[in-house]
Design a protein around this ligand. Structure first.
Ligand code: LLP
Length: 385
């Protein structure tokens, strides 16, 4: 990995920090572009929640992607990075009044509405402003995604979205209100999905719903299928760019779009995960009773995925060519879940070696916290080193 950046360059920065391989990010964006060029009505929004690093956002907006936001802060970050407001979709179960007002003022493309109560508030705020807000109903499709329990969102009882059985009531409410305009349907079944059959199940469900709506002469301008395409965490170098071809083809083959309908995607992880690594320094190697601990200066505050989801990330010792030894790689935080990996083989570790925790570009830097009064990690792109 890191063909484009030398250890010398990485060594100039205070650890821990995120390193983003700009060339890989650009290749990934190009791969998406190449695929969607074949499908006239496909539009890809980048899910800002995956990584809101300003420089990354900038590259992604310049590549022509649109944005998917889940907070007022993300809307502002996206606009700052050059995404045009009328290409922003905005989801979230708990939108505050100021966030709704911001979306209306900025004339964003669409609010993905998650409850009837929220719909009423959007209508009220829009009315005060004398505007009409475009909305899509986020419907909970009751489709199971075969992924980690914490990141599946499409099952029947879920805080996200409007239950299928409530859809008709929500739609009627929406069509009655004067300051919202119904434009489409939104779905999202979960994240880190690698089995295309899960997306096929979503398509089947949408086709069925569309047919019902069509019979009732409800006009749907756009369908938004959310994000969720997974990445290969086990072998990041074997598959640095996710299989976008299979992903978009799945939708092209299985989703029946009506004439003039646009199809929106909200991809996060698959765009940014593989270009990012968390670079951390070995502080101590400690002999335990039966194992060796490699204690590094990054902790769960810098990168929480392993502690929160028991996710496994490849780790490499960039500084050592010595024979492998087996370690638990742990951070300095006062929590026993502050563990990056258990019983993994690394080239023998010494104090001050640099390790790279791979595939950390998505839900890494953006989820960092200051617990234990720690500093937030910085993020550098190839050209910053
Ligand atoms: N759209 C909606 C409505 C979402 O809730 C999400 C992610 C996405 C799009 C983007 O999904 P992606 O393409 O990245 O799978 N922190 C967790 C992942 C949380 C995902 C939340 N929603 C993790 O580190 O695995």
């Amino acid at each position: 990995m890191h063909q484009l950046v030398s250890l010398d360059k990485l060594s100039t920065k205070q650890t821990p920090f995120y390193y983003y391989d700009t060339a890989l990010l650009k290749e990934t964006l190009q791969a998406i572009k190449t695929e969607i060029e074949q499908y006239e009505r496909f539009q890809v929004h980048y899910a800002v929640k995956a990584n809101a690093n300003a420089k990354l956002l900038n590259i992604i907006s310049q590549a022509g992607l649109e944005a998917d936001c889940v907070s007022g802060g993300e809307i502002l970050a996206a606009i700052d990075a050059g995404f045009s407001p009328n290409k922003i979709v905005y989801a979230g179960v708990g939108k505050s009044d100021w966030e709704i007002a911001l979306g209306i003022d900025q004339e964003i493309l669409c609010f993905n509405v998650e409850s009837i109560a929220e719909l009423e508030v959007i209508n009220e705020i829009a009315e005060k402003k004398g505007k009409i807000a475009r909305i899509a109903l986020r419907i909970n499709p009751d489709v199971e995604a075969h992924t980690h329990a914490n990141i599946t969102t499409g099952l029947a009882e879920n805080k996200f979205g409007i239950a299928l059985c409530e859809m008709k009531t929500a739609l009627e409410a929406c069509l009655r209100m004067k300051n919202v305009r119904f434009t489409g349907l939104h779905f999202h079944i979960g994240s880190q999905i690698l089995d295309m059959r899960d997306f096929v199940s979503l398509c089947d469900r949408i086709n069925q719903l569309q047919e019902e709506l069509h019979q009732h002469h409800v006009h749907v301008e756009s369908i938004n299928v959310g994000g969720g395409l997974g990445v290969n965490y086990e072998h990041p170098d074997q598959q640095p760019i996710p299989d976008f071809k299979a992903y978009f083809q799945t939708y092209a083959q299985h989703l029946k779009l009506y004439p003039h309908q646009t199809l929106h995607f909200e991809l996060g992880r698959s765009i940014v995960a593989q270009c990012g690594s968390l670079i951390t320094k070995v502080l101590y190697v400690k002999q335990g009773v039966r194992k060796k601990f490699c204690i590094v200066d990054a902790g769960m505050t810098d990168f929480i995925r392993p502690a929160l989801y028991q996710s496994r990330h490849q780790i490499e010792n960039l500084s050592s060519n010595d024979a492998h030894e087996t370690y638990d790689v742990v951070g300095p935080i006062c929590e026993s879940s502050d563990v990056f990996a258990k019983a993994i083989d690394l080239n023998q570790c010494h104090r001050c070696d640099l390790l790279a925790i791979r595939s950390a570009g998505a839900y890494g830097e953006v989820m960092a916290s200051q617990y234990n009064c720690r500093k937030l990690p910085k993020g550098y792109l190839t050209e910053d080193l």
